[in-house]
Design a protein around this ligand. Sequence first.
Ligand code: HEM
Length: 419
Amino acid sequence: MHDANDTNTPPAPAPSLFTWEFASDPYPAYAWLREHAPVHRTALPSGVEAWLVTRYADARQALADQRLSKNPVHHSESAHGKGKVGIPGERSANLMTHLLNIDPPDHTRLRRLVSKAFTPRRVAEFAPRVQELTDRLIDGFADRGEADLIHEFAFPLPIYAICDMLGVPPEDQDDFRDWAGMMIRHGGGPRGGVARSVKKMRTYLAELIHRKREDLGEDLISGLIRASDHGEHLTENEAAAMAFILLFAGFETTVNLIGNGTYALLRHPEQRERLQRALAEGDETLLATGVEELLRYDGPVELATWRFATQDLTIGGQRIAEGDPVLVVLAAADRDPERFAAPDTLDLSRRDNQHLGYGHGIHYCLGAPLARLEGQAALATLLRRLPDLRLNAEPEELRWRGGLIMRGLRTLPVAFTSE
Ligand code: HEM
């Protein structure tokens, strides 16, 4: 189908994937793959072999293809059975029945129920609280003239925001910060600490749900307990798994949106000045299109979560055998010149921008409205309050986290004139 599959001798050697250089800038390697091996079988760092789908059209189609299952149970031999895939400790903690791991009809039922509680309206009403949190975090370092924006800003903001929304009492939120920190630091590394953190989070959430059931409030956990669809409710276990996936799916992603987004703005002064001018004039249109463009240009989720072929099928002309794991490379698809004009250019006012940063199809990001709210509040407030924000390190000194699915900076040292 694609000419790349018809040639036997690619003009240049295939790039090495999953090295340090790749982690700091995977885009040249993805350009090569799109061109020469758009559906590419490779060994992942864990040793598991998977197909990488890199072209936009193939990626979008694969994300919506119901023959690709999210349920790893079908495929225990190929991946999960070896304990290589998924959230460490998750299986034992019985949190498997969350949205990202299941197919219809279970997925349809759970997604319908959570959508009754986690509504765009609830998110919109939360805007003042996100602004408050954003300002409070910036207050913590604004008089110091320098900061690490990952640790002091991008990291705590989403965790406090989602804890608040769920109804975790303020005095317990720092525990979540610690557990989440363990998960983000060691996501691809030592498993013991991560498994313990997941277990603690699960126990805490189960108890909280139990308590809330006795005394329902206005928070999201109470909303999840109340939600009903044709007389059906979430079980306590499903509600705990749902709260967990909201935390898990909404945390590192948003850290990376703020981190990668701020970094991209600092590397593109003309775009950043444009945005600052627009904000100073009270125009937030560029902020909205800009956050979408930052998601396309260097999004938080490099690869969509695992999918497995439930039957033999083809993607982009490439035959995939039943049971094979398939990874859709969102970061590669969103730089596809077949879909985006000048894809390697950051253009905050880009309009034709149907990027795949939030996925596509039935697993499309449930938290997109909250992520947009947080991303917009974070970037606008940083630029307004610290107008001369600048990178306080050479770009080559920055290190990217090594996990497979996510793409994000470990640290983002900045300097600015103190408030
Ligand atoms: C699903 C991206 C923030 C909750 C997804 C998927 C992507 C994604 C790509 C689909 C994964 C796949 O198909 O394999 C992002 C990005 C975010 C973000 C880039 C931030 C910028 C959030 C937030 C929440 C959230 C803040 C909730 C608080 C979810 C949930 C799913 C999901 C629950 C699973 C939906 C389903 O399977 O039906 N997200 N996400 N996300 N996201 Fe997000």
